[in-house]
Design a protein around this ligand. Sequence first.
Ligand code: TYC
Length: 102
Amino acid sequence: DKDDDSDIGVVLETRPKTQRPPMYKVMLLNDDYTPMEFVVHVLERFFGLSHAQAFEIMLTVHKKGLAVVGVFSYEIAETKVAQVMDFAQRHEHPLQCTMEKE
Ligand code: TYC
């Protein structure tokens, strides 16, 4: 009847919500054995960083224990982690690289 208020609602937002893919932080972990120059080389080679940027991030990892090296889509992050882990293993360094959802 005319007292039915079931259609009353407040429209706050009419735009459809656009979905964005989740992004992943790729992190480097500190250890006591991997040479500093090796870590700098890894950052230049696999993350396209300048020597100065690479050195800065290496020092942050060395002092703080870990640092985010970059943020990527799942597939790119996974590839970076695999490349770094394989390269470190082939050089017999214990360097660890991991990824985490943002
Ligand atoms: N702590 C190492 C050293 O003193 C250097 C190092 C930096 C190792 C960053 C790993 O992700 C790392 N030789």
